[in-house]
Design a protein around this ligand. Structure first.
Ligand code: GLP
Length: 258
């Protein structure tokens, strides 16, 4: 795992946007796995800026989102479709035919989930998967005790996650069920890029990076990934016992690794 500690939340967003922008510039047909949540809003803001200022071209990019609520209209402001529209898809020149979300409608969701997995493989696999982390260490909506080999499927949210995501729902109940890429699906991405900021994430970040590999902390599965980059601000890095070591690594990166 590469742990990059930056001063504050805006720096997390700009560093992650820089990595994604360089990938898209070098590979205009890149396959991106995308995430939602407050932590990734600034990443999208950086990408939208790169599109506007530097003409970063998203027309050949294919996207697969991590997760979505079951039984929530796409047009509902709390849906992840709406989030993506507001922060990214509606603000860059993406070809809608290349945009994919996990299936949450229709009669046979398990079959539709298999098709989603097939579509990822048919596109050539995900080049870079953007991720946030839940306070309980969840990845996507893979709650604690999710199989570390899981594939895209229906999950039931914990009450803590429903509470954490309540703000966008107003008076409406947060759905109990979601469809999420599995941890096995996420681990197949060629590069995993996770961002976190703020003190509320410090414990989850420390358990992900330095704790035991455990289904109780789904994000700890990234310890198994050959190329996982974790970008955190000082507040989210506060509980990392080796944080000075991670800083030293960044300061002394050999040229070939920059
Ligand atoms: C939701 C999403 C996750 C995200 C998490 C953290 O549960 N399904 O993908 O990582 O929220 O969100 P935030 O960045 O808003 O704290």
């Amino acid at each position: 795992m590469e742990v990059i500690i930056v001063p504050a939340a805006p720096d997390v967003g700009s560093a992650a946007a820089g990595i994604i922008s360089r990938l898209v510039a070098a590979k205009p047909g890149a396959i991106l796995g995308l995430a939602t949540g407050a932590s990734v809003e600034r990443v999208y803001a950086g990408l939208v800026l790169a599109h506007g200022r530097n003409a970063l071209d998203f027309s050949g990019v294919t996207t697969f989102n991590l997760d979505e609520y079951v039984g929530l209209a796409r047009s509902h402001p709390a849906s992840f479709h709406a989030f993506m529209e507001e922060h990214f898809l509606g603000r860059v020149n993406i070809d809608r035919r290349r945009v994919h979300f996990p299936p949450t409608e229709g009669g046979d969701l398990p079959v539709a989930c298999e098709k989603f997995e097939h579509d990822i493989r048919a596109a050539g696999g995900i080049d870079l998967q953007l991720l946030g982390i839940g306070r309980d260490g969840h990845l996507g909506f893979n709650e604690p005790t999710s199989s570390l080999a899981s594939r895209t499927r229906i999950k039931t949210l914990t009450s803590a996650t429903r509470e954490a995501n309540r703000s966008r729902f107003g008076e409406k109940e947060v759905p109990l069920h979601v469809v999420t890429m599995g941890i096995g699906t996420i681990l197949e991405a060629r590069h995993c890029l996770l961002v976190a900021d703020g003190p509320a994430k410090a414990d989850a970040v420390a358990r992900m990076v330095e704790g035991p590999l455990s289904a109780m902390v789904p994000a700890s599965a990234l310890q198994m990934h050959p190329r996982a980059t974790i970008i955190v601000d000082e507040a989210a890095a506060a509980a990392l016992s080796l944080r000075d070591y991670y800083r030293e690594i960044q300061r002394n990166k050999p040229g070939w690794q920059q």
